[in-house]
Design a protein around this ligand. Structure first.
Ligand SMILES: Nc1ncnc2c1ncn2[C@@H]1O[C@H](COP(=O)(O)OP(=O)(O)OP(=O)(O)O)[C@@H](O)[C@H]1O
Length: 489
């Protein structure tokens, strides 16, 4: 630890951070900074590595490579990657909340906030029984802790419920209580993992108010992971976008939301997220960017990712050659695959040319207005494209068909495929439409099946990277075991 007094230094500096899990590179050579006194948002599609970054910052994971420097409020400098997690909280003053609420639900709100100050109180007691009985500064520390707890209960608009059990609070209020509890540790950096998840619009608004208050009045800087784009765009000063563990964009919300790389990354996920991005943050400027000719400045660039191909990348297609995929007008992943399949179908070696399905307007193009959410443009536009990929790819030699489809789920009950990390409800529906209903079907996929599914879902390399097959094997085993023990009873 060194000391200095430069308050202009960023609160957090992440340099060349990499985190590998066996062969999987969850974060590859990531560098970014979070400025003091600002709200920095870390966004990206599912599996992009956001939580892993948080886990590295808060000491839950030790990064494989790289440096994480926290420049504390009082001039202290900490290299977090070298510190155990409890010291990161106590010394470096980094607090965090989790995706899943972790309150002491049987304790009152006030008690939850006092427990958070346990370290301070124990120090004041001198770690002795006498201290607890009032010798030394315990009493005044205890009174201060109660005052601090009350202060944050007020800020979180929860003071009226101070004596109620935390478990009795509505969901949105529990989220604010978690943040209040974290603030009772008087952190320099507050890391929030999806604080708006599951909140209704009113609760979202209350959360925004609390976070802005923290930013403006407490001196605590905030780093948050968030999927709710409206929250991100409303309260963030700075947004860092990850895709497959690498940074694809970094800047203020306006810059990031107009960055075609960001749009493309979200287009590669699923229809719901595309729709969210295009309707909540999309505007004429975004549409214009996507309509423009490829721009070498904003378009695809070479990536140093250890894990994922850059957005401009070579992907295999039917004749075995790679072809450069560019972020061009309406270039969703689905559209890229469709174009390649159409090309393959038109090649002279192909069987009698299949009629290409009428190409619908690019999803991004049809999602023109914030004010027209009822149009739900992205989903219907993408659906026929995926179908046309299937149809157009048929005549080629490349196996584009899943080998183990079913016409209906066995026993009429499909498995909940969303248990596989990386499969959301939209992709579950698409898989079901394609005859995949059970974990054991995915567990049995060979390379060709994975390629076919990736083409169908327009997920370039993601199924392998997220190891859906491995995850499905584990889930299939558990399901078989459960069925067996159920049968024995
Ligand atoms: N402990 C772990 N062991 C193995 N792989 C892991 C581990 N933690 C994360 N991963 C993998 O690292 C990648 C990034 O995961 P991470 O949870 O950080 O993504 P994320 O962006 O937070 O996703 P989400 O938005 O779904 O929470 C994923 O492929 C995930 O499966």
């Amino acid at each position: 630890m060194t000391t200095g007094t430069d308050m202009n230094k960023p609160i957090l500096e992440v340099e060349h951070l990499s985190m590998k899990f066996g062969g999987l590179v969850a974060i590859g050579d990531l560098s970014f900074q979070a400025k003091r006194g600002e709200i920095t948002a870390l966004i990206g599609p599912n599996g992009a590595g956001k939580t892993t970054v948080f886990n590295c910052i808060t000491g839950f994971y030790k990064p494989t490579e790289g440096m994480i420097r926290l420049n504390g409020r009082n001039g202290n400098e900490f290299l977090l990657e070298r510190m155990p997690d409890f010291r990161i909280t106590a010394k470096a003053k980094v607090a965090r909340t989790f995706q899943n609420i972790r309150l002491f639900s049987g304790m009152t709100l006030l008690e939850n906030l006092l427990v958070a100050q346990h370290n301070k109180l124990m120090r004041a007691s001198g770690f002795t029984l006498l201290g607890l009985f009032g010798i030394g500064g315990y009493h005044s520390a205890s009174a201060q802790s109660i005052e601090l707890a009350k202060f944050w209960l007020e800020k979180a608009d929860l003071i009226d419920r101070a004596d109620d059990p935390a478990g009795d609070l509505p969901y949105g209020a529990q989220r604010r209580l978690e943040i209040a509890r974290a603030m009772c540790t008087e952190p320099d950096l507050l890391c929030l993992d999806e604080p708006a998840a599951g909140l209704n619009p009113k609760e979202s608004l209350a959360l925004n108010t609390l976070l802005n208050d923290i930013k403006d009045n407490s001196g605590t800087s905030i780093l948050l992971i968030e999927h709710d784009m409206s929250v991100v765009m409303q309260i963030s000063d700075h947004v860092v976008v990850l895709e497959y563990g690498r940074k694809i964009s970094d800047g203020n919300p306006e810059t990031v939301r107009a960055d075609p790389k960001v749009i493309a990354a979200y287009l590669g996920v699923d229809d719901e997220e595309v729709e969210t991005v295009l309707t909540e943050v999309g505007d004429e400027q975004v549409i214009h960017e996507l309509d423009a000719e490829p721009d070498p400045e904003h378009g695809p660039s070479a990536s140093s990712s250890l894990m994922a191909g850059p957005i401009s990348d070579t992907i295999g297609h039917s004749n075995g050659h790679g072809e450069l995929v560019r972020v061009t007008p309406g270039a969703s992943k689905a559209e890229q695959v469709e174009k390649q399949a159409a090309k393959a179908a038109a090649a002279p070696s192909a069987a009698p040319a299949m009629k290409k399905a009428p190409s619908p307007k690019p999803a991004a193009k049809s999602a023109t207005a914030k004010a027209a959410p009822a149009a739900k443009p992205a989903a219907p536009a993408r659906q026929p494209k995926a179908a046309s990929v299937k149809a157009a790819a048929k005549p080629s030699d490349e196996p584009k068909k899943l080998s183990n489809t079913l016409s209906a789920p066995r026993g009429g009950v499909p498995d909940q495929l969303t248990q596989i990390k990386g499969i959301g409800p939209v992709n579950q529906r698409k898989l079901n439409e394609h005859g995949i209903f059970h974990f054991d079907q995915i567990a049995a996929w060979k390379k060709a099946d994975v390629a076919a599914a990736e083409a169908y879902l327009a997920f370039d390399g993601r199924i392998a990277r997220e190891d859906w097959v491995g995850q499905a094997k584990t889930l299939a085993k558990a399901a078989a075991k459960a069925a067996k023990s159920g049968g024995r009873k």
